[in-house]
Design a protein around this ligand. Structure first.
Ligand SMILES: [Zn+2]
Length: 111
């Protein structure tokens, strides 16, 4: 499962940064192009955090919409779908992805 592997990756980062302290909140930024299902990610997190000995660490997701710049017409647009990566103005597939590929732990609350 895609989301399960991502949660294990999150847990690995958290473990390193928490360095033995109690973790209250984990904030993760996810770009739309990652095609992550938030509900699925949250569910997998409840499984992974148990096995990682941080059973009450809450996962907060910050979802980032995808944005592209078109090399054909030069316009910048937000994508409404993570599966159709082309320019909504001129339909060119020759686009540069400006954001939407993020997947990172942005901050932790520890106590
Ligand atoms: Zn275009």
């Amino acid at each position: 499962m895609h989301e399960f592997a991502l949660c294990e990756a999150i847990a690995g980062v958290v473990r390193t940064h928490a360095d033995g302290r109690h973790v209250d909140v984990v904030r993760v930024r996810v770009g739309a192009l990652r095609q992550v299902v938030p509900e699925s990610l949250s569910f997998c997190w409840t499984l992974v955090r148990e096995s990682e000995n941080m059973a009450d660490a809450e996962l907060e997701l910050e979802c980032v919409t995808a944005e592209v710049r078109c090399r054909a017409c030069g316009r910048q647009s937000e994508l409404t779908s993570a599966w159709l990566i082309w320019c909504p103005h001129c339909d060119s597939p020759d686009v540069e992805v400006l954001r939407g590929n993020e997947f990172l732990v942005t901050s932790l609350d520890v106590s």
